[in-house]
Design a protein around this ligand. Structure first.
Ligand code: NAD
Length: 244
């Protein structure tokens, strides 16, 4: 496996917890310079004190904040777009503003960050972009996930589009599509259902491997994709067998 990421600069969004946090740690272990960002400053402070990883507050809803972050950190070789939010509910249960928010955080945020780093990647002759999608997207219909799945399908679309436009410039753009992964927000979703144990059992039951994924398993795929110099425009399912 090439170690393309060694000594590269990696910008990770939503690195305060869950998959983003594990990804920041995995890229650091792979020898990259990582800038871990999030809106949760307390979580970032904890990450720095535990690992020494460079952190920075960054709100991916704010284009000016993104521009300032990119100017401050210098050329980005790897962009990991981790930020995303699960809206629960069907098309009839969703409010217009829920959809607007889901589009803003799950899709437009990635458009903003990619537009901010891509010109410099092109100038420097290459770069890797990794976007967090989900199997709940264009891959699989999942009950009660209308806004989420619609926006995560858009992430697959934008990934392929960027890959197609810039493949000749050495840019690789791929999406990761996890099944159910043990993360703080998943814990919140299980608690919100009232009966935590029943909710947990239901989430596990939809994974044929009989367990939830770990953030570290997803992070390993992110590092693999940054190093994988012969793949672009793909949506990689990593889902405990959910879509077999
Ligand atoms: P999480 O939901 O537990 O944490 C999300 C992080 O995003 C938090 O640290 C939060 O502070 C940060 N964040 C929220 N709004 C932000 C903003 N405006 N700017 C910057 N950061 C912001 O993390 P997770 O569950 O590991 O999910 C990470 C990604 O993986 C998401 O895109 C999610 O949709 C996707 N995903 C997760 C699962 C899962 O089962 N956990 C499955 C498939 C896909």
């Amino acid at each position: 496996m090439p170690d393309w990421v060694k000594d590269r600069t990696v910008l990770v969004t939503a690195a305060g917890q869950g998959i983003g946090r594990a990804t920041a740690i995995a890229f650091t272990a792979a020898g990259a310079r990582v800038i871990a960002t999030d809106i949760n400053e307390a979580a970032l402070a904890e990450l720095t004190s535990e690992t020494g990883i460079e952190t920075r507050r960054l709100d991916v809803l704010d284009a000016a904040d993104i521009a300032a972050a990119v100017a401050a950190v210098g050329p980005v070789d790897v962009l990991f777009n981790g930020a995303g939010f699960v809206h629960a509910g069907s098309i009839l249960e969703m409010k217009e503003e829920d959809f607007e928010f889901a589009m803003d955080l799950n899709v437009r945020s990635m458009i903003r960050t990619i537009r901010a780093v891509l010109p410099t990647m092109i100038e420097r002759g290459g770069g890797a972009i990794i976007n967090m999608s989900s199997v709940a997207s264009s891959i699989k219909g999942v009950p009660n996930r209308f806004a989420y799945s619609t926006t995560k399908a858009a992430v697959v679309g934008l990934t392929k589009s960027v890959a197609a436009d810039y493949v000749g410039h050495g840019i690789r753009c791929n999406a990761i599509c996890p099944g159910t992964v043990e993360s703080p927000s998943l814990q919140d979703r299980m608690r919100a259902q009232g009966d935590y144990e029943a909710a947990r059992a239901a989430f596990i039951a939809r994974q044929p491997m009989g367990r939830l994924g770990s953030p570290e398993e997803i992070a390993d795929l992110a590092v693999y994709l940054a190093n994988a110099t012969y793949t672009s425009g793909q949506a990689y399912a990593i889902d405990g067998g959910w879509t077999i």
